[in-house]
Design a protein around this ligand. Structure first.
Ligand code: ADP
Length: 247
């Protein structure tokens, strides 16, 4: 337990530090993006200049997206917690997730149709990010012919959300570091922020996340989120997006 606490504290400190840097960096990005927009909206730019400035604009947008992810990891984002039906939320993401999984991978969603899954208190955009990040990693770990399965169940006072893949799996050394900000084994194209983001969102919602994995055996991430109190029937998000309960 002592070792796990230290690890959690280390991650929290790294996240906070990164979040502070991201915050300052964001303040620098704002005028860069603003002035680029101004120059690009003007007349009299030749094609070469315009295409170079377009590249700069694109790079600024990517930097802003990265900053936003780091702010989430550092818990510096304002989150809009609501009572969310996690099963319905995931069903409505199925199209996007299937697209992320891609053509060579069997993607499935299992959610109980009846009775409705009681609500959990989470930022709905955060929940989406969690599932998208986990399915993206699962896809990356799978060879063609692999399978990725997202399951939602209810266990007592918890909603359990799992993302399982039949991919490459991980050795112990990797598994122990996956939630660490900036830890990646994807040289060149990984940021190492996906699972740190997931961890921050889940623990921010009072939940836990667990990973079981072994080389060649695939990987399962299991998230447990507490049900909202008062009970679900009075607290499910209405279809027009307004929430009946929040935190
Ligand atoms: P990134 O995807 O940018 O590398 P993440 O934080 O999402 O960052 O993941 C960190 C690392 O955890 C990955 O580089 C990979 O080594 C490992 N990992 C995450 N999910 C899986 C998975 N489903 N199967 C195997 N390895 C995984």
């Amino acid at each position: 337990l002592e070792e796990r606490l230290t690890e959690a504290q280390r991650m929290e400190a790294l996240g906070l530090l990164a979040g502070r840097i991201a915050h300052d960096f964001n303040n620098l990005l704002t005028p860069i993006g603003g002035y680029l927009d101004l120059v690009l909206s003007g007349e009299g730019l030749n094609d070469d200049d315009r295409s170079m400035l377009d590249e700069c604009r694109y790079a600024t947008e990517r930097a802003a997206a990265l900053v936003s992810q780091i702010l989430t990891v550092g818990r510096q984002h304002v989150v809009a917690v609501r009572a969310v039906d996690a099963a319905a939320a995931i069903r409505s993401l199925a199209g996007l997730l299937t697209q992320i999984a891609g053509p060579g991978i069997a993607f499935r969603v299992h959610t109980p149709a009846e009775p409705p899954v009681p609500a959990v208190a989470i930022d709905p955009t955060g929940l989406e990010q969690v599932v998208v990040n986990l399915v993206t990693n699962a896809r990356d770990a799978c060879a063609p012919g692999g399978a990725v399965t997202v399951t939602v169940t209810v266990e007592g006072p918890l909603v359990v959300l799992s993302v399982a893949d039949t991919g490459a799996g991980m050795d112990d050394a990797t598994r122990q570091r996956v939630f660490e900000p900036f830890f990646t084994t994807k040289q060149g194209h990984g940021t190492g922020l996906g699972l740190a983001t997931v961890y921050a969102i889940v623990s921010g919602a009072g939940g836990t996340i667990e990973v079981t994995s072994a080389p060649g055996q695939g990987t399962t991430f299991t998230i447990r989120l507490p049900l909202v109190d008062p009970p679900a029937e009075e607290a499910v998000e209405s279809p027009d997006g307004s929430a009946a309960a929040g935190q």
